[in-house]
Design a protein. Structure first.
Ligand code: PDD
Length: 289
């Protein structure tokens, strides 16, 4: 039988200086990313071909590299060209680019190798809109104890704690978790969390216990534009449970309402007015970028 359907568009990736089809990209098993999780990453959304908040993502990538003492392998211009070239190879309107740098390939030894050069990998995926039902009804979350390490401000590829936290959410019939360390809210498995009380939007303090999402600064400016008060502060389980609204933010989910926590409705149990204002402001920021 003849198959007239167009072939799947090829997914291209970048590995150590070369663009190649995804299926051809291979990394040696002694890569320290594979052996130790010794590397960092970034996730950059791109709308209509344009990376969104690129300067902020690049700055965080450089901060993460410096924190784990990997010399930045590319210039600012080369990073931007790489991201643009990867986006241009795919026809999806909106994409998210994944950048991944490891300490490179070396004989297995925990200490840094003397002469390894970093592995640089990049890929792009289609950025699909969050399902309409999640935007209309919100998502469920479960609360969890945060048992991760104490350098969560590094965007490390060592994500076992985050993986287990996300799976605990899925096992609990939820989309995300809200983690607490010593009784204080930290973040989700792969998102920042926001507590809305009246006209105030509060996030966790920006310290070693959370990743400073690129949407944190964005939400601060969106709050200013919407006439909302923005602050960061230590939040107890009680304050989270009594929120009028809970929100999560990330590169791929933008801003999303959490309407059930541990099986109980959050506020009215429906996406609230602060979510509606911030989500609209977020879309306006994308359109204006
Ligand atoms: N995760 N906190 C954690 C632990 C995260 O993994 C993420 C993002 C965020 C939000 O950061 P940003 O606003 O820059 O996306 C907060 C990405 C999307 C991921 O790992 O796929």
């Amino acid at each position: 039988m003849q198959d007239d359907s167009p072939p799947d568009p090829e997914t291209w990736v970048f590995l150590n200086g070369t663009f190649m089809p995804l299926r051809e990209a291979k990394v040696p098993v002694l890569d320290r990313g594979f052996i130790f999780g010794d590397g960092i990453y970034e996730v950059v959304p791109a709308y209509a071909g344009r990376p969104f908040r690129w300067a902020e993502h690049l700055a965080r990538l450089k901060r993460s590299l410096a924190r784990i003492r990997i010399a930045n392998p590319l210039s600012d211009q080369a990073w931007l060209e790489l991201v643009r070239a990867l986006i241009a190879r795919h026809s999806w309107r909106d994409q998210f680019v994944y950048l991944h740098i490891t300490r490179g390939v070396a004989k297995r030894d925990h200490a840094f190798p003397k002469d390894a050069s970093p592995t640089v990998f990049a890929m792009s995926s289609e950025l699909l809109p969050v399902p309409a039902v999640q935007r209309e009804e919100g998502v469920a979350a479960v609360s969890l104890d945060d048992v991760r390490w104490l350098q969560c401000d590094i965007k490390s590829i060592s994500l076992l704690g985050n993986v287990l936290a996300r799976q605990a959410a899925v096992d609990g019939g939820a989309v995300e978790c809200i983690q607490f360390r010593d009784g204080v809210m930290t973040e989700g498995s792969s998102s920042n969390i926001w507590v809305v009380k009246d006209e105030t939007v509060t996030g966790a303090p920006l310290d070693h216990r959370i990743l400073e999402g690129i949407r944190v600064g964005l939400i601060e400016s969106l709050c200013a534009a919407c006439g909302l008060t923005f602050r960061t502060s230590a939040l107890s389980r009680q304050e989270v449970a009594c929120a009028n609204e809970l929100l999560l933010s990330s590169a791929t989910k933008e801003i999303l309402p959490i309407t059930r926590l541990d099986g109980h409705p959050v506020g009215s149990g429906r996406p609230g007015p602060v979510y509606a204002r911030l989500y609209q402001a977020y879309q306006d920021a994308i359109a204006a970028a």
